[in-house]
Unconditional design. Structure first.
Length: 277
């Protein structure tokens, strides 16, 4: 997409999509909620309605919100998410279903070369900011689920984006795991993470061929340094999703494509280990 066409698209989104989105929301709910500040909206307690059927947005609405990721107007996307949350859309739905769906749409654009790397990066950063803003309430909402299961999750050293590991971490939290993630993806923080706490599992997201080349040495190092000599190693990430055959030589216990599949396969593997002991 050339620069002129992209500018025209952004103008169209600003002039049509955002007003339509807000207008439809306002028709459905009491307009007084929309007049609260965005910070107040983020701090409202989660809705009691947790069922997908009563909270899920339809495909048209999801597409409108996805379009706002391309919006040059600062805060337009966050406003849409904030407004939906203030009007009763559950945090669990936003974090576990809506954000992953939006991320998949961005990924599809990237695969089809319909967005530049810069556009995708901007969209990813917006999704990350929303998750971070919701994280406190989401975590508090899952306290009753928490079990004695601990995992350390990180991208490979040098990884720039954290959206994939954030989404995966939230699925694990929802399944009762205690999740630990480093502030930065580097060797020192990863070694410290597995050395200082007894984790049942270690998950590593791989994004580039260069990271894949270093992955065997990284896994060996972390297994040696781990406080748990039997730590379970899980591998996934953008590169695995694109080229799983390239990981055939990687000595990992679990390899998975999606966050949901990763959680399921990890728990199945641990269950099998328990049955053998």
């Amino acid at each position: 997409m050339n620069t002129l066409a992209k500018k025209e698209l952004i103008r169209e989104v600003v002039s049509t999509q955002l007003p339509v989105l807000i207008e439809e929301i306002e028709r459905k709910v009491d307009g007084s909620a929309s007049r609260t500040s965005s910070n107040q909206n983020w701090l409202q307690p989660p809705s009691d309605k947790q069922g997908k059927a009563s909270n899920a947005l339809d495909e048209e609405e999801v597409n409108r919100i996805a379009n706002l990721l391309l919006n040059a107007e600062e805060g337009a996307f966050e406003l849409a998410i904030t407004t939906h949350k203030a009007h009763g859309i559950a945090i669990d739905y936003i974090v576990l279903e809506l954000i992953p769906e939006l991320a998949r749409k961005l990924g599809k654009h990237w695969e089809e070369d319909s967005l530049s790397f810069a556009d995708v990066s901007i969209g990813v950063n917006k999704l990350e900011r929303v998750i971070y803003k919701l994280d406190y309430l989401f975590q508090a909402n899952q306290l009753e689920r928490q079990q004695n299961k601990s995992i350390f999750i990180s991208g490979c050293p040098g990884s720039q984006h954290t959206l994939g590991t954030l989404i995966f971490a939230n699925f694990l939290t929802y399944s009762g795991w205690q999740v630990h993630r480093p502030n930065k993806a580097n060797i020192d923080s990863m070694v410290e993470g597995v050395e200082t706490k007894m984790h049942q599992a270690l998950a590593i997201s791989v994004a580039t061929n260069e990271q894949l080349e270093e992955l065997p040495n990284l896994i060996n190092l972390l297994r040696q340094k781990s406080k748990n000599p039997k730590i379970v190693v899980l591998i996934g990430g953008p590169l695995y999703n694109k080229a799983p055959d390239a990981f055939d030589h990687i000595q990992a216990d679990v390899k998975a494509f999606s966050p949901e599949g990763s959680v399921q396969q990890l728990e199945q593997y641990l269950s099998q280990l328990e049955q053998k002991t």
